[in-house]
Design a protein around this ligand. Structure first.
Ligand SMILES: Nc1ncnc2c1ncn2[C@@H]1O[C@H](COP(=O)(O)OP(=O)(O)OP(=O)(O)O)[C@@H](O)[C@H]1O
Length: 768
């Protein structure tokens, strides 16, 4: 193939169809294969006619050819479709076409699109993140004299070079041999196109003519909720594989934020239930969410996605049903074990989080004054130094993490089991049993306070549930009350102990029909997951079933700029911590040109002091709301810092800003409330997971606050805060669809977590 010629009508179709944005869609994959000459063009695309022969391909639409504009790619002089991986080729091709559309309509160019001054050239850098960037070089006025005579000057853009090497584009002369071939054939090509449209035979000079106006583009609409049958054709190949896979084997769906994991899990569950219904089989399914708030949001989504309304059916009366539960509600319903709201310390709720922190800080103080002396001679040197150096507040954060992930989360309150748990890489610097002894003392002191206040935390519920589930009584009830299929959303938020509960709920002891979604980078801090590979280790149980794992990598939620920024945060985490995954590294955004029109560049803005910062956050919120044409409830202001959150709240109250406050993780009810009353949403970064917004503003991402630096600087506490800060910033930023801004105070300077993004030109600052 010598050349590819695409007219402006066809180009508009390509940039607006969602399924042409990623090779994860069959259409996107076929397009890139055809462009690279591996297969014939057999795409079905509304109103587009492909004419292909040995020389080249014309991708055309009906209409007067002299009035059209054309992108011509010289395939012999450039290697756009052969020198990159398919995903990158498609991304580059999409960026190239977007540049053409903007250039022709006089739109604003972005930083990766450059008109070379004093020349007729343009250069685009389509791929983010590289020391020597990949470039596509374009001649904007090929064969200008001749085309002027035909009254067609300015209607052609010619790609004549691609690669990683720079050159003096101003003096370079594009080879026009292939371009001339295109020009000479255009009139004839469009004659054939109009004949094909009328159904007349086409001359056999073209090996293949493919004209279709059958399938409208399914992907360009962006519904909040769509019924099951309408979703299926819009799924990527990976999503389809997951949705359609047999139910009996454990199946992991893993991918970064916004790749449709939750959606795919819901569709998979519905598919399994529908198929059971069609085949008159029994199937009681269970869908587990991490918190009550996400349970509500999933139940709400199911009302639209699932027209059969499986969730309203009574499990005890119907053959096919779906129960949506949290771990606590599951234990309450099945084990008749119920804890009232006032007794429950829920780690997803704002009040409980603060209460738990307070209890643990008090526990640390008491251990230091009452227990530490007797332990000192036995402690490892590193731990002794650590506990003496670090202040109580910082210590409390680390002990809280140790208790929740290891002591309760993994060891189930038992010191002997805890002694055998491998220590966390980025947490308390534990080296020997005496070090573990101290941390167990802190846990005991914390437990005493809970008991004194007659309160239970989530882990207590689980630990006592495990006790009840592992008994002959439950084993007998299980075949009657267990589930045929279990789906778990956001598995990374559960600790190992909690995960071990689920297998007790399957109807059969020896199978593990569990499907689950994971993005480890979204849980906060090192969770010690890395030494756990197999599902049986993850979920426990007696099965030797091997797991199927499907990755998803097309980001639907966020614009390409926001995706790139989120990746820079993960990349920064991955360079600092050996067990930190950059799950976004191979992902692409499926944003269409239409979505991109609403997108804004990612910015870092600094302010004189905290008061200006807080005021600035609300001003930017108003501005971005109008720039992205969003509703007020689609704007989120968030922060990772408690003090900044307090100031933001105060400001919103004293200035009568209509605002709804998130009170727990994934606070769906508050988001709904905001929607009804036209409020914007404000909340701590710990509570924004699971939600999505058009605009996100993260406040106080500056030195000293992200990561939070305590009064004492110890390398272990620094690593822990930095690890957690990477997780939190990633979760907060990945909530954004169209606009993301990050704000800080000038004298502090931007947080070190932004360094990778800054270095790669992914964030820009503007004047105040
Ligand atoms: N194939 C698709 N076509 C169009 N939109 C999609 C597709 N898959 C998912 N989406 C949309 O992408 C958004 C993110 O989906 P979802 O919340 O399921 O992602 P997630 O991977 O669970 O995200 P997170 O990990 O951040 O919670 C939703 O708005 C969803 O409707």
């Amino acid at each position: 193939m010598k050349y590819i010629c695409i007219d402006d009508g066809a180009l508009a179709e390509f940039i607006s169809g969602r399924s042409y944005q990623s090779i994860d869609f069959e259409e996107g994959d076929k397009l890139i294969q055809a462009l690279s000459g591996n297969i014939q063009f057999l795409l079905k695309l509304k109103n587009v006619v492909f004419l292909q022969d040995k020389e080249g391909v014309f991708i055309t639409t009906l209409g007067a050819w002299k009035k059209k504009k054309y992108l011509v790619i010289d395939c012999e002089k450039s290697a756009l479709f052969t020198q990159l991986r398919s995903a990158e080729s498609l991304q580059s091709f999409q960026k190239l076409m977007r540049f053409c559309a903007k250039y022709w309509s006089g739109g604003l160019l972005n930083k990766s699109e450059k008109i070379v001054s004093g020349s007729t050239k343009a250069v685009i850098f389509p791929l983010p993140y590289s020391t020597s960037p990949y470039r596509i070089v374009i001649e904007r006025e090929p064969m200008n004299e001749r085309l002027k005579k035909r009254d067609m000057s300015g209607q052609f853009l010619l790609v004549y070079k691609t690669g990683w090497e720079g050159a003096n584009s101003a003096t370079e002369i594009a080879d026009e041999t292939n371009f001339k071939r295109v020009i000479d054939r255009l009139a004839d090509v469009y004659l054939q196109v109009s004949k094909a449209a009328e159904g007349a035979p086409v001359t056999n000079r073209f090996d293949q003519v493919n004209s279709t106006a059958l399938n409208g583009d399914l992907g360009s609409k962006r519904p909040v909720h769509t019924p099951y049958d309408d979703w299926l054709p819009q799924l990527t190949r990976q999503q389809q594989i997951f949705v359609r896979a047999p139910m009996g084997t454990p199946h992991r769906l893993h991918g970064p934020a916004g790749t449709g994991k939750t959606l795919s899990l819901l569709l998979r569950t519905i598919r399994i239930l529908r198929s059971a219904e069609e085949n008159t089989l029994n199937c009681n399914a269970l869908l587990i969410t991490h918190s009550e708030a996400t349970r509500q949001s999933i139940k709400d989504a199911l009302q639209v996605i699932d027209p059969d309304d499986f969730q309203s059916r009574d499990k005890n009366l119907e053959r096919v049903s779906l129960s949506v539960e949290t771990l606590a509600s599951l234990c309450a319903n099945t084990l008749r074990q119920s804890i009232s709201e006032t007794e429950f310390v829920d780690r997803d709720a704002q009040d409980s989080k603060l209460l738990q922190q307070m209890y643990i800080e008090e526990a640390v103080r008491r251990v230091k004054s009452e227990d530490l002396a007797s332990f000192i001679p036995h402690l490892s040197e590193g731990f002794r130094k650590f506990i003496n150096e670090v202040d109580d507040e910082d210590l409390a954060h680390l002990f809280q993490h140790e208790i929740s992930v290891l002591i309760k989360g993994r060891a189930g309150d038992s010191f002997d089991t805890y002694k055998n748990c491998p220590p966390l890489k980025y947490g308390l610097p534990i080296e020997n049993d005496a070090d573990k002894g101290i941390s167990f003392r802190v846990f005991k002191r914390y437990q005493e306070q809970l008991e004194a206040a007659s309160q239970f935390d989530t882990d207590d519920v689980v630990i006592s549930a495990v006790g009840q589930l592992d008994t002959p009584i439950w084993r007998r009830r299980r075949s009657r009350e267990g589930y045929d299929f279990i789906a778990i959303d956001e598995t990374h938020l559960f600790n190992i102990n909690e995960l071990h509960v689920f297998h007790h709920f399957t109807r059969n002891v020896d199978s593990l029909p569990i499907s689950f979604t994971v993005d480890q980078a979204q849980s906060v801090g090192d969770r010690g997951w890395n030494d756990i590979d197999s599902v049986s280790e993850l979920f426990g149980g007696e099965t030797s079933a091997s797991e199927i794992s499907t990755p998803v990598s097309t980001v639907f939620r966020s614009s390409p700029q926001i995706r790139d920024f989120c990746q820079s945060v993960l990349a920064s985490g991955a360079t600092l911590f050996t067990n930190f995954d950059d799950t976004l590294s191979l992902s692409t955004s499926a944003f269409t040109n239409e979505d991109e029109r609403r997108s804004q560049p990612v910015k870092y803005l600094d302010f004189a002091d905290d008061n200006a910062l807080v005021e600035g956050a609300f001003n930017r919120a108003d501005k971005l709301q109008s720039l992205t044409q969003s509703n007020r409830s689609q704007v989120l202001i968030t922060t990772m810092n408690d003090e900044v959150l307090r100031k933001l709240k105060e400001h919103s109250i004293s200035n009568n800003k209509p605002t709804s406050y998130l009170e727990r993780r994934g606070d769906f009810t508050k988001q709904r409330q905001a929607e009804k009353s036209g409020h914007m949403v404000l909340g701590h970064a710990d509570f924004v997971g699971g939600l999505e917004f058009d605009v996100v503003i993260i406040v106080g991402v500056d030195k000293g606050r992200v990561p939070q630096e305590g009064e004492t600087a110890n390398s272990n506490s620094r690593s822990f805060s930095s690890y957690a800060a990477h997780n939190r910033l990633y979760v907060a930023a990945s909530r954004a669809r169209f606009a993301l801004e990050i704000l800080g105070v000038q004298s502090r300077g931007p947080s070190e977590l932004l360094a990778v993004a800054e270095r790669n030109g992914l964030i820009s600052g503007v004047e105040q």
